[in-house]
Design a protein around this ligand. Structure first.
Ligand code: PLP
Length: 502
């Protein structure tokens, strides 16, 4: 038995998720399938809790995983049972958090803009509202007054990362310095607005300012990026506190953005690619002069040598490394600016790093095409689609993967693994694979965050089921859609003479 991860093993060439064989799960629940390991989620949460508590000893540490990354009721119940809080961004996520049983004082209500009814409900249930615009303060105050409570709020800051000007890995457009990219993102209040918000809250008998929030997200996986985030956060906290006449926070939320260990993020974007493709294109045009036969011969050689994608090989920093860097920098930088952190609660909102490696997406090969002339190109079609892995498409993910029923097979050829939609749907473009045949099962690793929750019904395709595995147990936590589900919101005006679209 070879171990790939806490929950993933290779047993005699077959992939297991905890104690369940991947191929057997497909036989039982159908293909394609999202599989979530309960044990991996629990391990990730406990590692975060231990690592950050080791670094932040001056006060409590609370993990508030971002619901958006994986918001099914079952997964959120697992997190609630671990004593976590919950980072929410919408009325739906707040409803899920309340249903799962999180302590409302540990539910972080983020978002800009916020719907007034959502603000009211958040105040009524006693959740922590994160102020992210001056306009929302009136609504929060009115709701607190109406319910006769003092609403506990924090102000979301927008620390300026002047010390981190490397290219942001979120930029698909090209090269953009991270400090400018974070300023352009809508979340957070600039210094002047943060001070205005703080003053307004402190002056209100219906509001209590409990602390600050920041989230810049996963622009870069490095520890250096975290060092700069915490330096800039401490700087911003200190100058806002000073402008508020010596205010001292009780809670500090440092947000999410910690990379998944195998870090599929942006692995599909190679910034040298436009240059390589331009050269390739120019060569292909020039070779036309030599005749088609010669041109295709050279092109075949070029494709074979230069067009290949591979998932990242270098692991991202560990949870422990992120924790040590973030907590030591924040403690040091705050104390250097005269902010005593004794008793301050540290909160964090990891999304991808709690859920990423807990999820595997299993898909079955349905067809293989081998183009031999004029240029060799192998196309392997599977029964999933990029529309069910969209969270990752937005972030240019290139997932690590395994052939679940032939784990050790030599990868002696190159192929495009394509999906079932009418788009090009190149899920794994030009990757090294063994010879594949219909029935083989491909496992996309690290598919637990942002994927299943972003799936759509493009091509009127019913979305796959999700199964939660715990040891030998496997339970459906989100059932596979039927065609009726796909069409259930459709209405056809009577005058068109039919009741339903299909
Ligand atoms: C406010 C907030 N917190 C936490 C997260 C989670 O980020 P990640 O999944 O990169 O850890 C997000 C993601 O967008 C967010 O907006």
């Amino acid at each position: 038995m070879k171990r790939l991860d806490d929950a993933l093993t290779d047993r005699d060439g077959s992939l297991y998720i905890e104690e369940r064989q991947a191929t057997q799960l497909l036989e039982e629940f159908g293909s394609p399938l999202f599989v979530v390991s309960e044990d991996q989620i629990r391990r990730n949460v406990r590692r975060f809790q231990t690592a950050f508590s080791t670094g932040w000893t001056q006060g409590p540490v609370k993990i508030l995983p971002a619901a958006k990354a994986s918001w099914s009721a079952a997964v959120q119940s697992v997190l609630a049972s671990e004593g976590c809080g919950c980072d929410t961004y919408s009325p739906g996520e707040l409803a899920i958090a309340l249903n799962a049983g999180f302590d409302p004082a540990l539910i972080s209500v983020n978002g800009f803009p916020k719907d007034p009814a959502h603000v009211r409900h958040s105040v009524e249930v006693g959740a922590r509202l994160t102020i992210d615009s001056l306009e929302e303060i009136d609504a929060i105050e009115a709701a607190a007054k109406a319910t006769g409570t003092k609403a506990k709020v924090r102000v979301r800051l927008k620390p300026v990362l002047s010390g981190f000007i490397d290219n942001t890995e979120f930029a698909s457009e090209g090269l953009i310095p991270t400090d400018l990219a974070t300023l352009a993102y809508k979340g957070g209040l600039g210094f002047e607005e943060a001070v205005a918000a703080g003053k307004r809250v402190l002056a209100s008998p219906h509001l209590q300012l409990v602390g600050f929030h920041q989230h810049h997200g996963r622009h870069d996986a490095s520890l250096r990026y975290w060092e700069e985030q915490m330096r800039a956060y401490a700087f911003e906290i200190a100058r806002v506190c000073e402008a508020l006449g010596g205010y001292r926070p009780k809670e500090l939320d440092i947000g999410g953005g910690y990379a998944i260990p195998r870090d599929p993020h942006n692995a599909a974007t190679d910034y040298t690619e436009p240059l390589k493709l331009s050269l390739f294109y120019m060569l292909s045009k020039t070779l036309k002069l030599a005749g088609d036969k010669a041109r295709y011969k050279v092109m075949t050689e070029m494709v074979d040598r230069f067009i290949e994608m591979a998932p990242k090989q270098k692991p991202a920093p560990s949870i422990e490394e992120y924790a040590a860097t973030a907590t030591s920098t924040l403690t040091r930088e705050l104390s250097a600016r005269g902010i005593d952190t004794k008793g301050v609660m540290l909160q964090l909102e990891p999304g991808r790093s709690i859920h990423g490696n807990s999820g595997v997406h299993l898909t079955t090969v349905r067809g293989v095409k081998r183009v031999v002339t004029p240029v060799v190109w192998n196309i392997v079609a599977v029964d999933t689609t990029e529309f069910w892995l969209t969270g990752g498409r937005y972030e240019h993910h290139l997932h690590d993967f395994r052939v679940a029923n032939r784990m050790g097979a030599a990868c002696d050829q190159k192929a495009d693994i394509v999906g079932a939609s009418c788009f090009a749907d190149r899920l794994l473009p030009a990757v090294r694979v063994p010879e594949l045949a219909p029935g083989d099962v491909i496992a996309f690793l690290d598919a637990g965050a942002y994927q299943e929750v972003s799936a759509s019904n493009f091509n009127a395709l019913p979305r796959p089921a999700t199964v939660l595995v715990s040891g030998k147990n496997a339970d459906v936590i989100r059932r596979r859609e039927t065609l009726d589900d796909v069409f259930q919101r459709d209405l056809v005006p009577k005058r068109l003479g039919r009741e339903k679209a299909a």
